[in-house]
Design a protein around this ligand. Structure first.
Ligand code: ZN
Length: 115
């Protein structure tokens, strides 16, 4: 009998919605990779909004078109991100991305890190 602990990870299609309580806008994201998406992000809906967008709970329509991707950066993507952050931020970011925490970063559909 197959060992369920060794079952392959499913193809990632997870659509998430993050709601901003300040500007009342929302962001639609899709997981590109198998990792952990944070429960909240800085609002990027409205320019200059200082709100925090919180991940909506419950069943999310998986047919929504994403505006952002959650990714676990590969080596090249990781190097670009690490170049863009202050040196003192790099150890924490590497820890966040490592195989224990499996953190994901928010990227635009165009392939840029959404700082
Ligand atoms: Zn907002």
């Amino acid at each position: 009998m197959a060992n369920p602990c060794q079952a392959p990870l499913p193809e990632v299609t997870t659509i998430r919605i993050y709601d901003c309580r300040v500007c009342k806008g929302c962001m639609v994201t899709r997981d590109r990779d198998n990792g952990i998406a944070p429960p909240y992000v800085r609002c990027r809906v409205t320019p200059d909004c200082e709100g925090i967008a919180v991940q909506r709970e419950g069943i999310i329509d998986q047919e929504l078109a994403p505006e952002y991707l959650w990714i676990r950066p590969d080596a090249g993507e990781r190097a670009r991100v690490l170049d863009a952050v202050p040196e003192q931020t790099r150890p924490g970011m590497l820890r966040y991305l490592d195989d224990d925490l499996r953190g994901m970063l928010l990227w635009t559909l165009g392939g840029d890190w959404a700082t």
